[in-house]
Design a protein around this ligand. Structure first.
Ligand code: HEC
Ligand code: HEC
Ligand code: HEC
Ligand code: HEC
Ligand code: HEC
Ligand code: HEC
Ligand code: HEC
Ligand code: HEC
Length: 491
């Protein structure tokens, strides 16, 4: 028996020599004797070679079972504890979290926790539309929103949880409701092979960064960078940059981009004050708003008053600014706590770092032009979007649209597809599909996404909204005229 204590580790070597099938036989024979000493690696592997042979095979082939220094070998029990040792008590095994990995990989765990991935679960829950769906659609079983957003830490508390200060961690209470899906790191280093090389491949990002509102995978593979990656191979040091080259520079796990997912940044004090000259009637509101904002300028393309106004309208339609352009509770939760938008200091810092990275292959002139052109595209898209928003806001103001029951803001872009009218459905598509593709396609140098999947349908939707507005106004006027006639007859 004591001999087997060592052979728990020797099982690795054994696997290579005896072969899997022979080992499986040997280990079943050993299960009973192993029961006598429950704290053995041999217990786990020996029994699991039958129970979950695929997992054992992956683990034994992983860097964890083959550490450069054999002393460092990682055992099943390092991640799952040693409380479960029989066929029946498997619920006693622990499921690892990012903290478990962080016990040995401090640097990556710290970086990961400083990046946007950490906030993924919290930002999902900050969405009013998410709360409107059945649990089966949004949360349970990790299909849909939660399947991708489980890369974030559970239990980060913001305004929705009654916390108006800095993001707070609940110490594991929320995570405890979930048996699976708390590991975070396994989004890119999947169990149980936990390879670095897997995470370095751009396909490792593609199950999440794809589709409707963030088709980075499709854009990358339809841009020259991805095309060359496809042609010339996948190893490190090749000619084409990957997602990781640009977003995990030097292996830094703290992912974050200047514009972020929504292509929105925090208006600066200086630019909001400049807006007063253009819109003097808004002076009191804007002066108050400016007081809450950071000062400074954005590099490459800075904001101008018109753009600031257009962006303020977008933020208003998202309920992030209220009717008086003042920050709402959503501003606190989504922008400040979940860090969905950046101010000038952070924006400029990340932009500068990203450009230096492009500069390893391209000239700075080329890179500057690319960034400026892409920033300009956001400005153009925002001007179109703001036109459409104002049309819908006007319908509410004039009583042609009525605020749906239970809505705090109207129009409310964050109600997504729960918007009740056709005209607001179009507005939602501009926000989450067309505008996204326009600017994301520009940055990723995917011309078809930028134009035909982005800008073109964006323009179509704006035109549809403006037409629909006219139609609704005419219809409303006709109904009112008829009611007026009816009243006149009755009198
Ligand atoms: C005597 C056999 C046996 C031994 C020894 C054993 N397991 Fe298991 N383990 C099982 C069985 C059976 C299951 C349930 C498998 C299933 O549902 O298909 C299981 C499930 C698990 C699960 C998944 C639990 C879940 O909720 O899905 C983990 C993790 C696990 N074992 C880890 C370990 C570790 C770590 C050890 C060693 C400390 C170990 N096992 C030792 C038989 C064993
Ligand atoms: C008990 C310590 C320990 C824990 C816990 C641990 N690891 Fe490791 N990890 C190691 C060691 C040791 C190596 C091998 C280093 C070497 O090559 O010598 C390693 C290697 C790795 C590598 C690099 C593999 C490669 O291809 O070079 C990755 C990625 C990794 N671990 C991810 C994880 C993840 C994700 C978790 C949590 C689910 C985790 N580790 C938990 C100790 C640990
Ligand atoms: C480096 C950490 C690490 C090691 C070592 C490790 N696991 Fe896991 N294991 C994980 C992670 C991460 C998950 C996924 C947890 C989740 O979904 O929350 C997991 C999940 C599981 C599951 C349940 C999910 C499934 O896919 O069925 C089983 C069973 C399991 N491990 C067995 C084992 C066994 C047996 C060993 C040793 C041969 C082992 N693990 C070694 C990290 C590890
Ligand atoms: C978004 C995908 C992604 C996530 C999530 C992720 N990693 Fe990584 N990880 C990578 C990439 C890419 C590399 C390779 C970096 C490089 O090229 O040096 C890497 C490398 C590593 C390495 C090997 C470092 C080295 O060079 O030896 C370890 C260890 C590691 N990650 C641990 C973790 C841990 C722990 C977590 C969770 C806290 C985690 N990773 C989460 C993508 C990810
Ligand atoms: C050549 C470098 C490069 C490559 C390769 C690349 N990106 Fe990007 N990515 C960028 C730039 C530049 C931005 C916009 C930066 C800014 O906001 O100023 C960006 C933005 C993003 C954003 C924020 C939203 C957006 O799309 O604007 C995400 C998420 C993202 N990239 C993920 C990915 C993924 C996933 C891949 C691989 C499928 C990838 N990127 C490939 C350079 C790159
Ligand atoms: C399991 C799904 C998943 C995988 C796999 C994944 N991500 Fe993400 N990623 C997300 C989610 C969700 C967010 C949004 C989190 C947030 O902003 O709160 C995000 C955000 C980002 C951002 C930040 C964009 C911003 O707002 O500035 C970058 C950059 C990024 N991911 C790059 C990558 C890269 C590169 C890979 C592959 C190495 C990758 N991700 C793998 C789900 C994933
Ligand atoms: C296919 C995977 C996937 C699904 C499904 C998904 N998301 Fe995301 N989500 C992501 C990724 C990846 C990002 C980051 C993209 C980027 O930065 O361009 C993201 C970003 C976000 C952001 C912006 C985060 C920020 O800080 O800017 C919010 C909010 C969000 N998702 C909410 C949701 C909600 C709510 C659902 C379900 C109704 C959902 N997501 C469904 C993958 C997904
Ligand atoms: C590892 C080297 C490398 C890095 C880093 C890199 N690129 Fe490239 N890029 C290339 C190569 C190679 C091409 C193809 C050259 C050609 O079109 O003749 C290319 C092409 C381009 C193109 C032209 C695409 C087209 O359709 O004509 C743009 C735009 C571009 N890169 C922008 C960037 C930006 C912006 C960054 C940084 C965010 C960046 N690149 C980082 C290697 C790189």
């Amino acid at each position: 028996m004591s001999d087997y204590r060592i052979s728990g580790r020797r099982l690795l070597a054994g696997l290579l020599t005896i072969g899997l099938a022979a080992l499986a036989q040997a280990s079943t024979d050993n299960v009973k004797t192993i029961d006598a000493d429950k704290k053995l690696q041999g217990d786990c592997v020996g029994c699991h070679i039958n129970v979950t042979p695929g997992i054992v095979k992956q683990h034994l082939g992983s860097p964890h079972a083959n550490a450069t220094n054999p002393e460092d070998e990682v055992l099943c029990s390092d991640c799952h504890g040693d409380q479960h040792v029989t066929m029946e008590d498997w619920r006693e095994s622990l499921m690892p979290t990012a903290e478990t990995c962080g016990e040995c990989h401090k640097k990556q765990a710290r970086q990961h926790s400083e990046g946007k991935h950490e906030l993924g679960w919290m930002v999902m829950k900050s969405q009013i539309a998410w709360h409107g769906q059945p649990g089966s659609i949004t949360q349970e079983g990790y299909r849909g929103c939660s399947g991708c957003h489980k890369i974030g830490r559970k239990g980060l508390q913001g305004v929705t949880d009654g916390n108006t200060g800095k993001v707070r961690y609940d110490g594991g209470k929320e995570a405890a409701h979930y048996r699976y899906g708390n590991a975070q790191c396994d989004a890119c280093h999947t169990r149980h092979s936990f390879k670095k090389s897997e995470a370095q491949d751009p396909r490792a990002c593609s199950n999440c960064h794809m589709g409707f509102d963030h088709p980075q995978w499709e854009m990358y593979t339809s841009a020259k960078h991805g095309v060359i990656w496809g042609i010339e191979g996948h190893e490190e040091g090749k000619r084409a940059p990957t997602c990781q080259t640009c977003h995990l520079m030097e292996g830094d796990h703290a992912v974050r981009t200047p514009w972020g997912f929504l292509g929105l940044r925090i208006p600066t004090k200086d630019n909001v004050l400049a807006l007063i000259d253009v819109a003097p009637s808004l002076e009191p509101q804007l002066t108050k708003l400016a007081a809450a904002l950071p000062t400074g300028n954005y590099i490459d393309v800075d904001d101008d008053p018109t753009w600031v106004l257009n962006r303020a309208l977008i933020l208003q339609a998202a309920g992030v600014l209220d009717a008086d352009f003042q920050p709402t509770e959503r501003f606190v939760e989504i922008v400040v706590q979940a860090e969905a938008a950046r101010g000038p200091e952070e924006f400029n810092e990340i932009r500068t770092k990203m450009k230096a990275n492009c500069n390893k292959c391209h000239s700075m002139g080329f890179v500057n032009e690319h960034m400026r052109a892409s920033d300009e595209i956001i400005r153009a898209a925002d001007a179109e979007f703001a036109k459409a928003i104002q049309a819908v806001q006007g319908l509410y103001r004039d009583g042609i649209l009525k605020k749906p029951e239970g809505w705090k803001y109207a129009p409310d872009l964050l109600q997504y597809y729960d918007a009740t009218t056709k005209i607001e459905q179009e507005l939602y598509l501009i926000m989450l599909e067309y505008r996204q593709r326009t600017f994301q396609g520009a940055f990723h140098a995917s011309n078809d996404y930028m134009h035909w999947y982005g800008w073109a349908p964006l323009k179509t939707a704006v035109n549809t909204i403006l037409e629909e507005e006219k139609r609704m106004r005419a219809e409303h006027a006709a109904v009112q005229a008829k009611e007026g006639d009816a009243v006149a007859v009755r009198h």
